[in-house]
Design a protein around this ligand. Sequence first.
Ligand SMILES: [Ca+2]
Ligand SMILES: [Ca+2]
Ligand SMILES: [Ca+2]
Length: 461
Amino acid sequence: MRFGSMRRPWAVVLVGIGLSGIPGSTASAQATAGGRETAPAGRASALAPAPAPSISSSVSASLSYLRERWRPVDRVWRGVETWANEMQAIWPDPPEAVAMFLDILRGSRLGPGEGWFKKGVAQTRYNWQNTRDRLDRNRDGRIDRGEFGGSDADFARLDRDRDRILSASDFDFTPHALTFTPGMAAFFAADRDGDGKLTRQEWEALFRAADHAGDGFVSLDEVRATIDGPPGGRRSTSRGPSRLTLIQGLFRQEIGSLQPGPAVGDRAPDFTLRTLDGAKEVTLSKLVGPRPVVLIFGNFTCGPFRMQAGNVEKLYRHYKDRANFVMVYVREAHPIDGWRMESNDREDVAIAQPRTFAERVAVARTCGKRLELGMPMLVDTMDDTVGARYSGMPSRLYLIDHQGRVAYKSGRGPFGFKPAELEHSLLLLLQDEFPGPAPAESDGPAAGTTGSGRLGLKMKN
Ligand SMILES: [Ca+2]
Ligand SMILES: [Ca+2]
Ligand SMILES: [Ca+2]
């Protein structure tokens, strides 16, 4: 999903509809011909060319046309909004899916603090309070190196603000995953193929683009022009989704799962799913025991998930010897027959929602190949059994302990999808339940029940 670029969504929607919806208008002709055609199409074309109306008069003509045309629909939506407001007033704490439904009816475009994102937030057994109670032996309100039983490297990863102690700030993952920062702007500018990973070539291409005169170095203004874009900011051409698109996406579980998923401390619901090559079935409960289990839910048409591919792959590569990783491939978030995204079209990710399991497997394979994900991938059934039970759509992360209980659950994707937050809990879980030298090659209580390091699961593309 793509969010955050729609400051005045209604204006964008109205102008957007106006550009394509008015028969015979200049705006219509320009929009459909990609801007090449300048004369008004239609009835006057046989006569001498009339002066082209200005854009502002076209827009205002479009708006008044729309006002007439859509007045009854507006009234219906106003009634629906009133009803949704009343429901919210009398039902302040509804289930996540109801909260999302009501917010969509009230005009929400799925912003980070709206609908189910308010409630579907991250939970972890290894929050600051629990960790301090467990590890801060001298009760000075901080955990120093001597109080942490794990390795220096693990301690350094946990100490995110690098002040050589663990304190509340190291446990703060408040900013949502799509928070726009200068780092993200640079990443977007450089990741030309949109696979969530920057290669050396992509960095160099960005350098060449900035140094367009070939001076061999880039100046401050060139970097700004390359990363920040033109003065006044980038203009989004996206109309944003309509309420009907979002309602359809909600009930098809494309924008997210209707269920909330298990809570921290709950037993992780067991499941058996097929591997990508269809040759093998994998049962979650058989992976549980010797190591923690990391579950990663995702799908190809979710842009924010693709953006995280580098993070997910690094997490896997750095911890694959200490935890069992499984990706569960779930329903498409942005198929072309649902909430279609221009950004997906640009990145050649134009895919209809698979109708058969074989089709879903094919998309999952393409996903694994394009994003070069090394971890074993399982494909959810067409009725989304696992994605629904875990609230895994469109993307989500879980950490499961050696007893098969949920130790960490990310917030709902895309805003709650934070591999670094899972890594933090994973390090503390390893120290808590699997103490010993890292990386732990020997296994815990149920060692030997499931075989080798990656449990014989190899991804085949
Ligand atoms: Ca202490
Ligand atoms: Ca610290
Ligand atoms: Ca890339």
